[in-house]
Design a protein around this ligand. Structure first.
Ligand code: FAD
Length: 399
């Protein structure tokens, strides 16, 4: 049996990103096998994320901020916006983004771009196969896919499913259904996406719509919930229809594509490195930010660090400091507030976005100073968050 240097189990967003970063590094000639049961040739999702302008983009970063490294997928972004709108309980209008931009990348453009790049590297193989088993052995990470055995020094696994069943943790779901609609009337502002619109019955949950405009007559309109149970398909559709009829002067409209997804919002501790030769990445590795569901950019950052570590030490472990881990505590507190319905979510988000212009994006990126974090906390309702803090500590201690 041929032994690979790296097997990438699951060639979705994280798996392909991992292969991409390896292919762009001094490890590019190492033998790499990517296994996925799907060909990854459809537009099965879109990723949105905020980011500062890349170095060399012609746009200066704010004074005092370190310019970021160019995003390798900048050239294939589908849209990039400088302003976003928000519709909360006491405010509707643009949100101050500082020097961030809100970016949208279509799945199909990402898959095509990365697969074309990987095809230039003879040391990288891709196989379409269903993985049945991943196991650590003294000789390396062992994978069985379509009854064929494979072995490698390291297996990067993005196929593992989180259990979401540990009572000491908060296990909410972010679930959503969206339509790309083409309208008769020009009714969207292509320069301004609506990142959250809370004009929807909350049912004691967190429920909102968002709109990503492609042009004046085309947009993705998505209905999103943060709670602990999925709803029937026709319920998402009824909300979408109701919102569009009430708030968007479309004239007639046609649904040209649909998107559905479920993202874990959980503080369950994933073992990123369950054993010596197996490393979980992407959603499987716990890369999803528990309080927002955002995963794309975090995955890029984490994987770049893993590849750097492989180059420098021969080991993939991603270093995290004790101080950085405070953000996990903040996420747990926020999830506790939502799970226990301690305060209306629409008011929390209104405070977050309107009282923390600019700062909120840095905070969600986990790049704020502790002083800025205290300033943000001061804008939150005090007692609900204090109670949530003690509840989280109690859960962790008592289990
Ligand atoms: C519809 C949707 C929209 C999203 N939008 C955003 C967003 O806007 N911003 C953001 O930051 N995050 C978003 N996310 C969350 C997250 O970024 C994505 O889920 C992302 O694709 C996670 O990457 P991943 O590699 O962990 O998982 P995936 O991209 O799902 O990749 C896992 C791969 O493993 C393969 N696989 C699984 N099991 C097996 C098996 N047994 N055998 C073989 N192959 C297998 C799958 O076919 C898949 O290709 C979204 C998620 C969804 C579902």
């Amino acid at each position: 049996m041929k032994k690979y240097d790296f097997i990438i189990a699951g060639g979705g967003m994280a798996g392909l990103s991992m292969a991409y970063y390896l292919s762009q590094s001094s490890l590019r000639d190492r033998s790499i096998l990517i296994l996925d049961r799907e060909p990854k040739n459809s537009n099965d999702r879109t990723w949105c994320f905020w980011e500062r302008p890349a170095q060399g983009s012609g746009q200066a970063a704010s004074p005092g901020r370190t310019p970021t490294k160019p995003n390798p997928f900048e050239a294939i972004l589908f849209r990039c916006w400088n302003v976003v709108s928000f519709h909360g309980t006491t405010y509707a209008g643009p949100i101050e983004m500082g020097d961030y931009q809100y970016k949208m990348l279509r799945g199909i453009d990402f898959y095509t771009f990365v697969q074309d790049e990987l095809a230039k590297h003879p040391s990288i193989e891709r196989k379409q196969a269903t993985i049945n088993r991943i196991k650590d052995t003294p000789k390396g990470g062992f994978v069985i896919a379509d009854d064929e055995p494979y072995i490698a020094d390291f297996v990067f696994d993005s196929t593992f499913s989180l259990k979401l069943d540990q009572p000491e943790n908060h296990n909410l779901l972010q679930h959503f259904k969206g339509w790309i609609i083409k309208t008769e009337q020009a009714c969207f502002d292509p320069k301004r996406p609506e990142i959250m619109d809370f004009r929807v019955e909350q049912h004691d949950d967190c429920r909102f719509l968002y709109i990503l405009p492609f042009d004046e007559k085309t947009a993705l309109v998505e209905f999103t919930l943060f709670n602990d149970k999925l709803i029937a398909d026709n319920e998402y559709e009824a909300e979408l229809r109701h919102y569009i009829d009430q708030y968007i002067p479309t004239g007639t409209y046609e649904i040209v594509e649909t998107e559905y997804g479920v993202i874990p919002m959980s503080d369950e501790t994933t073992s990123e490195n369950p054993s010596e030769h197996i490393i979980r990445i992407g959603t499987s590795g716990g890369y999803t930010k528990a309080s927002t569901g955002y995963t794309f950019l975090r995955t890029q950052r984490y994987l770049q660090r893993i590849v750097q570590n492989l180059i420098e030490t021969g080991k993939p472990q991603r270093p995290t400091s004790w101080f950085d881990r405070r953000f996990k505590l903040y996420d747990s507190i926020f999830l506790n507030v939502l799970e226990k319905h301690r305060h209306p979510a629409d008011d929390i988000f209104t405070r977050v976005y309107t009282k923390n212009p600019g700062r909120v994006f840095t905070f969600l990126d986990e790049e704020t100073s502790f002083v800025d974090e205290l300033k943000l906390f001061a804008t939150m309702p005090f007692m609900p968050f204090l109670n949530a803090f003690f509840s989280v500590i109690r859960r962790k201690l008592v289990g």
